[in-house]
Design a protein around this ligand. Structure first.
Ligand SMILES: Nc1ncnc2c1ncn2[C@@H]1O[C@H](COP(=O)(O)OP(=O)(O)O)[C@@H](O)[C@H]1O
Ligand SMILES: [Mg+2]
Length: 253
């Protein structure tokens, strides 16, 4: 092995890995998600995105990480009973303050600030945002000084072309920046219509994320699939893996 090869091997092996808790997935990605990275989990409704995120946080609780679940869906009780059915009971950890489930009202003007403050204030090691889709589709308030700063990273030509794509990007940049600054390992979900050629609903957050996991349904074959499409600093297969949902959540079969 050449010096360069062995040095790059050393660099790869030094990256700290965060276990996902999904049986079989960590083996596919050199032991887990690279620490302090953002992974996009996309797929159609019912694909298992929320369950995967819950397993990731459940694993975090086992490892004594502090966890945050941000959701735009009011039905936190329903979510907790769905996960309890799967054998993932978050109640004791909620009571101990090890995990926080926070509902964000998308219609509130300060939704971004609330979200960013929570991510940045809590010393969370693991954060889930489920899902990013409504956030990437809502209007932006440009008079926010933090957002105004972010305009500089967007090509001015894009801003002048009309349409709402740059504005969507602004939201995504803002959210991703908060997750990056907080130094946590995070999962962000995106709703994808079945068979979409994109990796996220907005067609852009896959570029901002360090990793992309796509979950899919094959109704005719009655099968579920999971594919790792991107993972920074990680050699991985792109091949969709057969998965099942049952006691304990998702497993790769
Ligand atoms: N207790 C369970 N046992 C087996 N499968 C389940 C159970 N609970 C949910 N599921 C499956 O998981 C799906 C929901 O997964 P979810 O993570 O909420 O999907 P998404 O977030 O991608 O919309 C359900 O449609 C069902 O097929
Ligand atoms: Mg969901």
């Amino acid at each position: 092995m050449s010096l360069i090869q062995s040095e790059s091997k050393n660099m790869l092996s030094k990256i700290e890995r965060i276990k996902t808790g999904i049986s079989g997935l960590d083996d596919l990605i050199s032991g887990g998600l690279p620490k302090d990275t953002i992974t996009l989990v996309s797929g159609p409704p019912g694909g298992g995105k929320t369950i995967l995120c819950c397993q990731f946080l459940y694993k975090g609780i086992e490892e004594w990480d502090k966890c945050l679940f941000l959701t735009l869906d009011k039905k936190i009780e329903g979510l907790l009973s769905q996960t309890r059915e799967l054998g993932l009971d978050f109640q004791p950890a909620i009571e101990k303050g090890q995990i926080k489930f926070l509902y964000l009202n998308i219609n509130k003007k300060l939704v971004y600030e609330t979200m960013a403050n929570e991510i940045l204030s809590g010393n969370y090691q693991r954060v889930v945002l489920d899902s990013i889709t409504p956030l990437s589709e809502m209007p932006v308030y440009i008079n926010n000084p933090d957002l105004a700063n972010d305009i500089s990273i967007i090509d001015p030509e894009e801003l002048s072309t009309g349409g709402n794509l740059p504005i969507k990007r602004l939201h995504l940049h803002y959210i991703m920046n908060a997750l990056q600054t907080a130094k946590c390992t995070s999962l962000v979900t995106s709703e994808l219509p079945s068979g979409s050629p994109y990796l996220s609903r907005d067609g852009f957050s896959e570029f901002l994320a360090d990793g992309v996991i796509v979950m899919n349904l094959d109704p005719t074959m009655d099968r579920r699939k999971l594919a790792v499409m991107k993972m920074r600093s990680t050699k991985h297969t792109l091949k969709p893996q057969d998965i099942q949902i049952g006691m304990g959540g998702i497993t790769i079969i």
